[in-house]
Design a protein around this ligand. Structure first.
Ligand code: C5P
Length: 671
C-alpha cells in the first residue's frame, strides 16, 4: 500500500478504553543483538515489530544468525561470539539502537577474527554523531574508516584474524552526547573478554542514565554482571561470555505509553484509560514519565504491568522540569504543556538535537503553528499555551515521536493534520488505529465525504480509493441493503410479490454484521462475494424501497461516522443520511459505459453475461431507485457532479482529492 501523505484529525473530545502497548524498542533491539551474539537459541516473546527492529533483524540474518518466527514468538540462533560471515554491507535505516551497538560489536569481532563490514543508513543517520564511539573503539585498536564525514556514519570496520585488542587500560568514552555510545561498548566488549577484566570510563556527565540501566539489566539476563562505580566507571568481568536466557519477554514500550498517559490526562473524563504492558515493574526509565504527568495533574494508578490514567487537574498544571532522565517521553510533556494553566519549561534536553531530527527546533516550529508561544535554547524549551488555537498541518520530519506528539494536539478544538503519518512505524506501526479506538470526536465534527450515484457508476471503487488515500473509514451503504436482502431472501421473506416490510425491517435491524479488513461477515459466514451477485443486487433494490428497511439501517450507517473521517457511498449519502457531509459527489456515467464495466467485471470473474441484458437491468434499477418515494436516487442540492464515462479512476480520484483540499482548513496539501 502506498503510504498516505497526510492524516487529518478532527477535533477530539474524549478518550476511554484499554490498549496493549507494542514491545519496547530499546529492549527489543538490545535483546536481539545479545541473542544474536550469544550461544544457542533464544526465544523472544512480544518483540516489537517495527522499522527499527526490522533493520536489526535483517542485519543479524545477514551476519548468519538463524531467525524463525512463530506467532508472537521469535527464535534467534546466536553466533556464539564467532563471526559466520567475514564481510557484509549492512543497511540500518535510521535506527540508532542498531547502528551504535552493531558498529561496536563488528569492530571488535573484525579486529580479532578478521573481516570487513560496512554500516550505512538513511541520510539522516549519516548526520547523527558517532565520533565518540569511533574514538573509544580506536583506543582499543579497532580499525575504522569514516566513509563520509569524520565523526558520522557510514563506517567501514575491518581487521585481520588473530588481532589483539588493547583491553589492558580503561577505555574512555564521552557520555554527554548520547548514552548509546556507552551502551554500545557495554554490549560489545564481552566479545573482547580475556582473563582480565575490561574497564570503561565515562568522560563528562552521563546523560540518559536510565537507558544505560536497561543495558545493564539485559546484560545481566545474558549472564554478564557489569560492576558499576557511580556512573563514571563500568567493569566487565574477566572471561565474560554471553549466556542465552533461553526465553525472554519484552515488556511494553514505556515511551510509547507516554502518549496514552497524556491522552488519559487530557481526555479520560468518564473512566480511566487502561494501558497494558508497562507499569511499576518496568526496567525502562521512561516509566518515570508518570511522575511528570502526575505533576501536571494526571491521576495515574500504577500496577506491576499496567497503568490506569484519568484526567485530574484541568487545565493541566504548568511545570518546570529537568528532563534528562526521560529524554524521549519528555517530548510528550511539551505537547501536554499546550493544555496547561501557564508556561512550562523543560530543561537539560540537549540530546533532542541529535535524535531522528533536531527535535528541539522541530517541536518549537510545530507547536507555534498551533498558536503556542515557544521559546527555545540550546538545551531547553518553554511552551506557553495558545490563547487561540489554530488548525495546523504539522510536519513530522520522519520522526515517529513528532507524529505521535502531534496527534495529541487534536484536543484543542481545531483539526490537526499530521504529515507523513506512516513514520510512526519506527516504533508503533498501529499508533493511529490505537488512538482512534480510544479517542472520541463529536460525530458532527467528523468529516464525511459522500459519493452517490447510480449502480455501476464506479462509486464503490472511487470511494474506496478516496478512503484509503485519506486514511478514513469506508461505508459501502449498498452492501447493507444487499445483506438485508440476502438475509430476507434466505428467511423466505421475498418469495411473494408483496414483501413483508415490517418483518424485513425487523431482520435488518438485528443483522449479525461484521466488517473486517474489506470483508463482510454475516454471523460466521463471509458473504463478501455472495453480496456481489446480480440477483442480490436486484433484491437489494427491492428491499431498499421499503421505508421501514431504510429506517432500520439508518442508525447503523450513522455509526460509521468516527474519527478520523468517513467516505460513504450509496444513493442517499449526501441527500438523506449525511446531509451535513463536508463534500458531496454525485458520480454518473452513461448507461452504455456502466453496462460495459459491469460486463467486464463479470467476465473477469468467469461469470457469463449478456451486455444488452445488463444494460436493461441497470436501467430498471435506476428507474426503481429514482422513482421510489423515500430517499430517491438524485443528486443532493449541494453535490458536485462528476461524469466519469471518459475518465480513469486515477483522474476521478485526483478530481475528488482536489475538491476536498479546497474544503480543508489547511493552507496546502503539504502544509
Ligand atoms: O450500490 P449497490 O449496487 O451495492 O446497492 C444495492 C442496492 O441498494 C441499490 O440498487 C439501491 O437500490 C440500494 N441502495 C440504496 N441506498 C443506498 C445504497 C444502496 O437504496 N444508500
Amino acid at each position: 500500500m502506498v503510504p498516505i501523505p497526510f492524516l487529518d484529525l478532527p477535533p477530539l473530545v474524549g478518550a476511554s478504553g484499554t490498549l496493549r502497548l507494542p514491545g519496547s524498542k530499546s529492549i527489543s533491539n538490545r535483546v536481539l543483538l545479545l541473542a544474536g551474539l550469544a550461544d544457542g537459541v533464544t526465544e523472544i516473546h512480544d518483540l516489537l515489530d517495527s522499522d527499527d527492529t526490522k533493520v536489526m533483524l535483517a542485519a543479524l540474518a545477514q551476519l548468519g544468525c538463524g531467525i524463525e518466527r512463530e506467532g508472537a514468538t521469535l527464535r534467534v540462533r546466536g553466533l556464539g561470539g564467532r563471526l559466520a560471515m567475514h564481510e557484509a554491507e549492512l543497511f540500518l535505516g535510521n535506527a540508532g539502537t542498531a547502528m551504535r551497538p552493531l558498529a561496536a560489536a563488528l569492530a571488535v569481532l573484525s579486529a580479532t577474527q578478521g573481516g570487513r563490514f560496512v554500516l550505512r543508513g538513511v541520510p539522516r543517520m549519516h548526520q547523527r554523531p558517532i565520533g565518540d564511539l569511533v574514538n573509544a573503539l580506536r583506543q582499543l585498536g579497532c580499525a575504522i574508516d569514516e566513509l563520509g564525514q569524520a565523526g558520522y556514519p557510514p563506517l567501514a570496520l575491518y581487521g585481520a584474524a588473530g588481532g589483539a585488542l588493547a583491553t589492558g587500560q580503561a577505555i574512555r568514552v564521552r557520555g554527554d552526547v548520547s548514552s548509546q555510545f556507552l551502551t554500545a561498548l557495554l554490549l560489545a566488549l564481552p566479545l573482547a573478554s580475556t582473563e582480565a577484566a575490561i574497564a570503561i570510563e565515562v568522560e563528562g556527565e552521563l546523560i540518559s542514565k536510565p537507558y544505560v540501566e536497561i543495558t545493564l539489566a539485559l546484560l545481566e539476563r545474558f549472564g554478564i554482571a557489569v560492576a558499576r562505580e557511580g556512573w563514571q566507571r563500568f567493569t566487565i568481568p574477566a572471561a565474560s561470555r554471553y549466556r542465552s536466557p533461553v526465553s525472554i519477554h519484552v515488556e511494553g514500550d514505556a515511551s510509547s505509553a507516554s502518549y496514552f498517559v497524556a491522552l488519559g490526562a487530557i481526555a479520560a473524563t468518564q473512566a480511566p484509560l487502561r494501558i497494558e504492558g508497562a507499569g511499576s515493574d518496568s526496567i525502562q526509565g521512561d516509566i518515570r514519565f508518570i511522575e511528570a504527568a502526575r505533576a501536571m495533574g494526571a491521576e495515574v494508578r500504577s500496577q506491576a504491568n499496567a497503568l490506569e490514567v484519568r484526567r485530574g487537574a484541568w487545565p493541566l498544571k504548568a511545570i518546570t522540569l529537568d528532563c534528562n532522565h526521560i529524554p524521549d517521553a519528555a517530548m510528550t510533556l511539551a505537547v501536554m504543556a499546550l493544555y496547561a494553566d501557564g508556561p512550562s519549561t523543560l530543561t537539560n534536553i540537549a540530546s533532542w538535537r541529535v535524535k531522528e531530527t533536531d527535535r528541539l527546533s522541530a517541536m518549537a516550529t510545530e507547536l507555534r503553528k498551533l498558536g503556542a508561544k515557544v521559546d527555545e535554547g540550546a538545551d531547553w524549551i518553554r511552551v506557553t499555551p495558545p490563547t487561540t488555537w489554530k488548525a495546523a498541518s504539522l510536519h513530522t520530519y520522519d520522526d515517529h515521536r513528532m507524529a505521535m506528539c502531534g496527534s495529541l494536539a487534536a484536543f484543542g478544538g481545531v483539526p490537526v493534520r499530521i504529515e507523513d503519518p506512516a513514520c510512526v512505524a519506527k516504533t508503533f506501526p498501529d499508533y493511529f488505529e490505537t488512538l482512534f479506538s480510544l479517542a472520541r470526536a463529536e460525530p458532527r465534527q467528523v468529516p464525511v465525504i459522500a459519493i452517490d450515484g447510480p449502480t455501476a457508476s464506479g462509486k464503490g471503487t472511487l470511494a474506496a480509493a478516496v478512503a484509503e488515500r485519506l486514511g478514513y473509514h469506508l461505508l459501502d451503504s449498498g452492501s447493507l441493503y444487499r445483506v438485508a436482502a440476502l438475509a430476507a431472501a434466505r428467511a423466505g421473506l421475498l418469495d411473494g410479490d408483496e414483501a413483508d416490510a415490517q418483518a424485513i425491517a425487523a431482520l435488518a435491524a438485528t443483522l449479525p454484521l461484521r466488517f473486517e479488513s474489506g470483508h463482510i461477515w454475516l454471523g460466521v459466514e463471509d458473504v463478501t462475494d455472495t453480496l456481489r451477485d446480480e440477483a442480490v443486487g436486484l433484491a437489494a433494490s427491492r428491499v431498499s424501497a421499503l421505508p421501514a428497511v431504510r429506517q432500520a439501517l439508518h442508525g447503523l450507517q450513522l455509526s460509521f461516522r468516527r474519527a478520523p473521517g468517513l467516505v460513504a457511498d450509496g444513493r442517499d449519502m449526501g441527500s438523506v443520511v449525511f446531509p451535513d457531509a463536508a463534500l458531496k459527489i454525485y458520480l454518473t456515467a452513461s448507461a452504455g459505459q456502466r453496462a460495459e464495466r459491469r460486463y467486464k467485471q463479470l467476465i473477469s470473474k468467469g461469470i457469463s453475461a449478456n451486455i444488452d441484458a445488463l444494460r436493461a437491468d441497470l436501467l430498471a434499477r435506476d428507474a426503481r431507485d429514482t422513482n421510489r418515494p423515500v430517499a430517491p436516487l438524485k443528486p443532493a442540492q449541494d453535490a458536485l457532479l462528476l461524469d466519469n464515462s471518459a475518465v480513469t479512476i486515477e483522474q476521478s480520484l485526483a478530481w475528488v482529492l482536489d475538491a476536498w483540499a479546497q474544503r480543508r482548513p489547511f493552507n496546502s496539501l503539504s502544509g
